[in-house]
Ligand binder design. Structure first.
Ligand code: HEM
Length: 148
């Protein structure tokens, strides 16, 4: 189900729910690309700068699952996608979370049709608040059983 995978990936890129990742701290002095990061420095590897990098994603402010599909409609891996961060300390629950997102979304969409009571163009996509996490605003949704 490549389109479903692409939609879920785009939801994770676009919603960017941990824009500043989780804070980490340097355990010792680190020499990195000519800079010294002293022991004890808090480090926030900004995931937003990856998910909204216009050099990596054309029109990053637009919701476009197509950026995760190739010309044949097959799912395309995109390097600048790291909602679970990267490296040694990346999210240990990433595999479980991805499986849950896929199963929950597909199960809901196979059984129900979802409608917005207002035209989609009137829905604000701006988060209700942004701190360590981006909190989505409240939405109303109408759910009806799907006719097969
Ligand atoms: C959509 C859901 C999730 C997102 C977006 C997410 C994202 C993240 C991120 C960005 C980090 C920081 C990694 C770093 O500092 O490099 C993290 C760490 C972590 N996550 Fe998740 N996570 C999710 C779900 C889960 C789940 C379901 C679990 C457990 C079952 C989990 C367990 C953890 C743990 C234990 C860490 C700390 C890992 C460490 O310090 O080595 N996460 N997560």
């Amino acid at each position: 189900m490549p389109y479903m995978e692409a939609v879920i990936h785009e939801i994770q890129r676009f919603s960017d729910i941990l824009p500043m990742n989780l804070p980490r701290i340097a355990m010792k002095d680190i020499h990195f690309r000519g800079y010294v990061i002293p022991k004890g420095t808090y480090i926030y590897p900004l995931l937003s700068s990856v998910h909204y990098d216009p050099e990596q994603h054309s029109n990053p402010q637009e919701f476009d699952p197509g950026r995760f599909l190739d010309s044949q409609g097959c799912f395309k891996k995109v390097e600048a996608f790291m909602p679970f961060s990267a490296g040694k300390r990346m999210c240990i629950g990433g595999g479980l979370a991805r499986m849950e997102l896929f199963l929950f979304f597909t199960t809901i969409l196979q059984a129900f049709t979802l409608h917005s009571p207002v035209p989609p163009s009137q829905i604000s996509l701006a988060p209700a608040s942004v701190g360590v996490g981006k909190v989505p605003p409240k939405y109303q949704l109408s759910v009806s059983q799907r006719q097969h």
